[in-house]
Design a protein around this ligand. Structure first.
Ligand SMILES: Nc1ncnc2c1ncn2[C@@H]1O[C@H](COP(=O)(O)OP(=O)(O)OP(=O)(O)O)[C@@H](O)[C@H]1O
Length: 718
């Protein structure tokens, strides 16, 4: 019996918010050494490059742009105090790696493979991986140089060492995280227990695995990729590879499905209190994973923080009262618009809960009801109405979600991820919100089927004995990372000094005044021939801006969750001469934007951010599309007094006052920008608190279940 086929898999979601805390990262000081590089050196960066001293890493200059919402205070790479004992140790390792380089360069491909095999034997025989690191990393670097014409920079080697030691390495966008990942993945794969790379979507998992495959193959290392559509056989084959790329979601679901299978086969008892997931052999259906040994989390901020409140859930049996539930959702949705704020319901400012007033409850009782709806308890009916009124007022089509046919042609709600701007396939809002939206959009209602198994993101990754992460923007969530995952955040300096210029923020009274100013700026930069990338916070806003650009005859591309298939293609072309691209924040991730030489000469790409996101990190991701790998570039933040962040951060009353003030404002009032930064910080702090509360509850629940002999992943309360 194939359990997974029988189970409807769904992913619950309570909030996609995150926070940023004051960062407490250690900055590491390093710069590229000359030794052995076959890459053409960049004359533009020579002047600012630190002097190279044999065997000693020097500091790369700090970042040149000021980051929104954060005050990065990296330790000066040049200061003596900034060099920690750990850094000294890492430098020593780097020197050992560099010393091996001439010898490896002189060897042929076959010898490299032999060396790799010998390392595997030594690792399997129990030799400590830390001892093997210099040779392993030197081999990977040499394989990269040969197979991909990319020799890992020294900063990438340092990043790789930090990852091996279980850190979250913060590397600026475009600094080559994909190549850096090969170092710890290869080293950990040597012990034969598998090394996983968890990323955010199928596309990136496949792209990175295919891109790096030639490097691994030079060293005789097999690579597997897990895709959502894979069947059990494909998955088992991919997990059997030395290195496996996949999404965090699929790793989580596979863990849960395996666990359900083990229970169905009565094979879980011995394992239940232990580590779990360790391979079995025998007849019947087989589990797909072969244990959890090392996981490197790409875009760690997104996976470990943003999605940390989104438990992975596998649904179970069909509910017998399904028809009644469906009809009640439809009934509530039909009547939701009749309920008036203050008269029939109130909204708690703190908790955002909707609560019916006495008159509201009276109205519910008086509403016409079908026989099925009438059999529902009155208290339940109140809840259905409260939920539907909330959905009616707060959840907007093409902003928080889109309606789209699935592969069977059935229309469904797909959440638009606030953080990535991408469609969050397979995810659902919890507590009936998703179903209430389905009722509102008059599409088939997917009644919750109860939970068969569930795991939180924190639990999933904490099961790996070795965990590390990479991100462009983790330093601001350093405290949270360390607290939850026990992973220190290390900031890796850029290989070449960044030359991204920040232009002063602009604040306008209304969204339309702001967009007019944005369109003016786009027109101006477009005239110069420089490419412009404009980020909006939602799909409907990208459409408004697009219309305004069309009115001005500015040719442009629109990239939002509605045409995700073309995403990578459009973003990678966004750096072409005079190109204008409007995007939701999905453009902030994953795709490399290459500039042509003439664009670089003109000043590179210009990025316009049109609103603050709930987390400053998201703003920085968009900004990170320009000024990559030491390219030139610039960016500017636009804000307006009716921006959502003010409501979230300063409360509805203050936000309303500012909005009214904004309507009277002529021109701009740029000095108000600090108000927005304050609002964003408040929102971030609130989300951080929410996550901590959830974690605390989950911990208590698990503890209690273990005490009474239950499995916290399988015996889950609905
Ligand atoms: N050692 C290297 N030598 C030459 N090119 C490199 C090297 N490392 C990375 N690159 C190039 O840098 C670019 C960015 O790489 P990659 O996409 O892995 O960056 P990233 O850090 O993942 O960026 P993002 O955070 O935006 O996803 C790629 O075009 C890659 O070819």
């Amino acid at each position: 019996m194939n359990v997974s086929r029988e189970l409807a898999v769904r992913l619950g979601r309570t909030s996609n918010d995150m926070t940023e805390k004051k960062h407490e990262e250690t900055a590491i000081s390093t710069g590229e050494q000359d030794g052995g590089s076959e890459l053409p050196s960049n004359p533009k960066s020579e002047a600012s490059k630190p002097k190279v001293v044999e065997g000693e890493l020097l500091g790369a200059p700090g970042t040149s742009d000021r980051h929104i919402g954060g005050t990065h205070k990296a330790l000066s790479p040049f200061s003596r105090q900034g060099i920690s004992p750990r850094m000294i140790r890492w430098r020593r390792k780097l020197n050992q790696i560099n010393e091996l380089e001439p010898m490896l360069k002189a060897e042929d491909d076959q010898s490299l493979r032999k060396r790799s095999l010998a390392l595997r034997y030594r690792a399997m025989a129990g030799e400590k991986l830390a001892m093997l690191l210099p040779e392993a990393y030197a081999l990977v670097r040499e394989a990269g140089r040969r197979a991909l014409s990319m020799r890992h920079y020294d900063v990438q080697m340092i990043g790789g060492i930090a990852l091996f030691e279980g850190c979250i390495a913060e590397m600026q966008t475009g600094e080559g995280k994909t190549l850096t990942a090969t170092l710890p993945l290869y080293l950990h794969s040597l012990v034969g227990k598998g090394a996983h790379l968890a990323t955010v979507n199928d596309y990136l998992a496949k792209r990175d695995a295919e891109w790096m495959r030639v490097l691994y193959e030079k060293l005789g290392v097999s690579v597997g990729v897990i895709q959502t559509s894979d069947d059990q056989k494909d998955r088992r084959r991919s997990y059997a590879c030395a290195v496996t790329y996949g999404t965090a979601k699929e790793f989580g679901f596979d863990f849960l499905r395996d666990r359900l299978l083990l229970r169905a086969q009565n094979r879980l008892q011995t394992e239940m209190l232990g580590d779990g997931g360790v391979g079995f052999s025998g007849g019947g259906d087989e589990i797909v994973m072969r244990g959890m040994h090392f996981c490197l989390v790409d875009e760690a901020d997104s996976i470990l923080i943003d999605e940390a409140r989104t438990p992975l859930i596998i649904g179970s049996i069909e509910d017998t009262v399904r028809d009644q539930i469906v009809e009640t959702y439809q009934w509530a949705s039909e009547h939701a618009p009749e309920f008036e704020l203050d008269e029939h319901f109130e909204i708690d400012n703190e908790t955002k809960q909707y609560e019916l007033t006495a008159r509201g409850r009276q109205k519910v009782r008086a509403l016409p009801k079908s026989d099925l709806v009438r059999t529902m308890g009155l208290v339940d009916l109140y809840e259905y109405i409260e939920r539907s009124v909330k959905v009616y007022r707060e959840f907007l089509l093409d902003r928080q979600y889109v309606v789209r046919p699935n592969e069977k042609g059935v229309e469904e709600i797909v959440i638009v991820d606030e953080f990535t701007g991408r469609l969050a396939e397979g995810r659902k809002w919890r507590d009936g919100i998703h179903q209430a939206i389905e009722a509102k959009e008059k599409i088939e209602i997917s009644v919750p089927t109860g939970q068969a198994a569930r795991i939180t993101v924190q639990d999933l990754f904490l099961r790996y004995p070795h965990l590390a992460g990479m991100t462009g923007t983790a330093a601001t969530s350093a405290r949270e990372m360390r607290k939850i995952y026990r992973t220190p955040v290390i900031r890796v300096p850029t290989n070449r000094p960044p030359r991204r210029e920040r232009m002063p923020d602009r604040v306008f009274g209304t969204m339309l005044a702001k967009y007019e100013a944005v369109a003016d700026e786009v027109q101006e930069i477009n005239r110069q021939g420089r490419p412009v990338l404009i980020g909006t916070r939602s799909i409907d806003k990208s459409v408004i801006l697009s219309k305004m650009l069309t009115e001005r005859n500015i040719e442009h591309e629109v990239l939002n969750a509605n045409n995700v298939a073309k995403e990578a293609e459009i973003v990678s072309a966004a750096g072409a001469r005079a190109k204008v691209t409007v995007a939701t924040n999905m453009a902030g991730r994953g795709t490399d934007i290459k500039l042509s030489d003439d664009v670089e000469r003109m000043g590179g790409m210009h990025v316009i951010c049109t609103e603050f996101h709930d987390a400053a990190r998201i703003d920085r991701q968009l900004i990170g599309r320009c000024g990559r790998q030491g390219d030139r570039g610039s960016y500017r933040q636009y804000l307006s007094l009716d921006d959502d962040i003010l409501k979230g951060g300063l409360g509805p009353d203050k936000a309303e006052k500012l909005k009214s003030k904004g309507e009277l404002l002529k021109g701009s009032s740029d000095k108000l920008a600090s108000l927005f930064v304050r609002a964003q910080r408040k929102v971030e702090r609130k989300h951080f608190r929410d996550r901590m509360v959830l974690m605390h509850h989950e911990k208590e629940r698990k503890k209690m279940q273990r005490e009474i002999g239950q499995d916290p992943y399988l015996d889950t309360p609905d």
